[in-house]
Design a protein around this ligand. Sequence first.
Ligand SMILES: O=C(O)C(=O)C[C@]1(C(=O)O)C=C[C@@H](O)C=C1
Length: 104
Amino acid sequence: MTTTQSTRTSPTAAATAAPDTATARIAGARQRIDDLDARIVALIKERMSASDEIQQIRITDGGRRVDLAREMDILRHYGDALGRERGTRLAMTLLELCRGTGCR
Ligand SMILES: O=C(O)C(=O)C[C@]1(C(=O)O)C=C[C@@H](O)C=C1
């Protein structure tokens, strides 16, 4: 075996040996994103369940499924936290997911 052959490593082994290469840094950041996405999905499911609980109580009590004043508060909250356009868009998607899911 030549000196060159003995020091050659596969791309995966090289990434492991030198954790600050671009490939290894991207893999690390992607792992963090995958972990965050799993938590976000779990939180969305939890939100859907809590929202459904409120809606069922309101309907059983003779009220309406939707509470527009509360939705405006939520849209404002997300808008303040994430910027008007992006925050509002995300909040609208969440409200759409949570209205009338019957997912409990
Ligand atoms: O907070 C409420 O009163 C809810 O019913 C929950 C929720 C929501 O998912 O955030 C869902 C429907 C309503 O229109 C308003 C808000």
